[in-house]
Design a protein around this ligand. Structure first.
Ligand SMILES: [Ca+2]
Length: 507
């Protein structure tokens, strides 16, 4: 029944359009002329094949549904350009889908191009204005940073929609956006700066308040001794993270009423790091005083020069492997690719010198308006836009508390106590960064996942379609776990509460 529910949504609201065929696709390369845009390839691809891909990110991509694949380049300024692809399915349901990126990345999201086209969207993804994951491209290139900070998604939407219209010989009916991490930030930026680009935005684990996220990532590394962790008394070896993880779960797993390896509300977990302090006879599987102090800092918010909150605390409950991303003793790769090239213009920047003044300096530059921390979504709201955010509660890269903070920022800025009418945030217990983890973490947020249930109530993208086209807002998003279990994820500020049988959402 659930599956057919999804089909009803997909089929009833917009007309089914079949594309013209392979020759019409190929013809676009010579017949379509768009501003500042060069179409480099237009080829019909039969579903079930693998195609080669340009750039340094990957060499090939799977094509599930038969598509017209259009590769194009948009010259955004004399010193910057965006490479993009439109995957236009033979069976199109009239919807446009813009896609985001990850990290400091310039990687076209082929996985979600394939996903979107399979779901009958005309899907467009870009390289974010540069190729690959190296921040060197930002050095003395403000327009490349502008593409990354706000422009790539905008031109992908503007030009992409024109390509869609030319191919299908009719305009799209509704436009959507899907992205996570940096993609979540890009979706937020789209709602703030270009509110007409998308009718519905799905922004996962958003890297909003980017400048302070970068700062927090560095400071977490420095708390455990990076970039000289090997000689630091604060360094915590991976074996001790096993001890810490066990202690965190012992103290906090049961707070939600079920010992299931998932901390439903990490903000309820006031972990007592002192309980792990070595003492007397106890000298193994325990922490030194310096390590205890470091761990307390890890689980505390980042506070600025003037005592202000810069960024919420690291979520307790991440797995040992997840802790190694920011707390393994190195400066994390994304800020290591951001500060030297985009902030300090110093390819040899020494992270030993990083401090609160560095953070304040980055705030003053805020290149390209990258911060993306503004609560005024009034233009997006008044044009009827709908926004869904989601965030895993054991996200090892972006504290889930930041998404609560963004919700409160929007609420206070706009003077709207409850944002349900246009903005919903779903918190996902037991999910890491964008996907994965012991929770019910598959809900249509990215790619084609084998155990995902593609029904409206189980799929965040279809839920968004239902909200935009039918006015039916999702009260919950039902995730599927790796073992096939389901859990209804609650929208903030509701709480996920165990009622003795199952988790329910309570106001
Ligand atoms: Ca639990």
């Amino acid at each position: 029944m659930k599956f057919y529910g999804a089909l009803v949504v997909l089929l009833s609201s917009v007309a089914y359009v079949s594309a013209q065929g392979a020759s019409d696709c190929a013809a676009l390369q010579s017949t379509l002329h768009l501003q500042s845009t060069t179409i480099t390839s237009a080829t019909h691809v039969t579903g079930g094949t693998v195609v080669s891909t340009p750039g340094s990110c990957q060499s090939s991509a799977s094509v599930t549904a038969s598509i017209c694949r259009i590769q194009f380049v948009i010259q955004t300024t004399p010193t910057s350009r965006v490479h993009a692809e439109a995957w236009l399915p033979d069976q199109w349901f009239g919807r446009f889908l813009g896609l985001g990126n990850g990290g400091v990345g310039g990687c076209i999201d082929y996985s979600n191009l394939d996903y979107g086209a399979s779901m009958h969207f005309a899907a467009v993804g870009s390289d974010n204005g540069h190729d690959g994951n190296n921040g060197q491209v930002f050095l003395n290139q403000p327009e490349v940073i502008n593409d990354f900070a706000f422009r790539a998604i905008h031109v992908e939407a503007v030009i992409g929609k024109q390509i869609v219209q030319a191919y299908y010989k009719r305009a799209h009916q509704k436009s959507y956006y899907l992205g996570c991490s940096t993609g979540g930030r890009q979706g937020t930026q789209a709602a703030l700066k270009f509110p007409d680009d998308f009718d519905g935005i799905v922004a996962g684990s958003p890297a909003t308040d980017w400048n302070h996220l970068m700062a927090w990532s560095v400071e977490l590394g420095r708390i455990v001794g990076a970039p000289k962790a090997s000689t630091s008394p604060n360094f915590i070896p991976v074996a001790l993270w096993n001890v810490i993880h066990d202690a965190v779960m012992r103290q906090c797993d049961g707070l939600d009423g079920v010992m299931d390896g998932i901390i439903t509300e990490p903000d309820d977990c006031n972990f007592d790091a002192m309980s792990l302090l070595c003492s007397g006879q106890n000298t193994t599987n325990c922490l030194s005083a310096a390590q205890v102090a470091a761990l307390k800092k890890v689980y505390s918010p980042l506070i600025g020069e003037n005592g202000q909150l810069l960024y919420p605390r690291y979520d307790p409950g991440t797995t040992v492997a997840e802790t190694q991303v920011l707390l393994g003793g190195n400066i994390f790769g994304i800020p290591a690719n951001w500060y030297p090239f985009a902030i300090f213009n110093n390819t040899n920047f020494d992270f030993n010198t990083f401090d609160l003044k560095s953070i304040a300096f980055a705030d003053t530059i805020n290149p390209g308006g990258i911060a993306t921390f503004n609560g005024d979504l009034s233009a997006f709201k008044s044009r009827g836009g709908k926004f869904i955010s989601y965030h895993g509660r054991q996200d090892p890269l972006i504290a889930s508390g930041n998404s609560k903070r963004v919700y409160e920022l929007i609420s206070s800025t706009m003077g709207i106590p409850n944002l349900d009418a246009f903005y919903r945030l779903f918190l996902i217990p037991g999910m890491g960064h964008c996907s994965g983890g012991p929770g019910a973490t598959s809900f249509g947020q990215s790619g084609i996942i084998s155990n995902a249930v593609n029904a409206t109530e189980n799929n965040v993208l279809l839920a968004m379609v239902d909200w935009v086209e039918n006015g039916i807002a999702p009260d919950t998003i039902i995730g599927t776990g790796s073992s096939g279990t389901h859990r209804a994820h609650c929208r903030y500020r509701q709480k996920s509460v165990f009622n003795g049988t199952t988790f329910v959402c309570q106001a």
